[in-house]
Structures are given as structure tokens and as C-alpha cells.
Design a protein around this ligand. Sequence first.
Ligand code: SF4
Length: 79
Amino acid sequence: MSSDQRRPSRRRAPVSAGAPRIGVDRVACSGHGICAQTLADVVGLDEWGYPIVADRPVEAKDADLAVKLCPARALYLRP
Ligand code: SF4
């Protein structure tokens, strides 16, 4: 994996007003990395496979899907 793949993408798709941001419970997170695939625009991975989350809004449907797919239930929505 190149260093570019570890960081959140710089691409910024427009999001709806009031869209949530993503938070990570770092104690619960087990570094599966699925969130970096489902939310590539805002989540990258560090060298150990743990998420680096950009502080910007994402579409609610994408955020909801990422929360549901996290096997450790470590992702949450924040305003
Ligand atoms: S999918 Fe969940 S457990 Fe995996 S890296 Fe992301 S927040 Fe952590």
C-alpha cells in the first residue's frame, strides 16, 4: 500500500446540508480497515491499519452504511 492510499482522499464530493461527520471509538476499533473502503473520501489508514478520519461531512446514507459495516461497532455519526 502506498502512502497515498493510507490518507483520506483529497477528492471532495458535494454533500447535503446537515450531513454528519464520522467518529471512531479508538478503543473499540480493531483495525479491520473496512471503513477506509466504504468512506474512501474521508477515511484513510495509518501504518497499522487503523483509521485516520478527515473532519468533514459525508452523505448520510454513506455514513450509515459504514457504521453498519464496521465489524467492531466502532464507527459513529456526529453532527
Ligand atoms: S471498519 Fe471499524 S474496526 Fe475496522 S478500522 Fe474502521 S472503525 Fe476500525
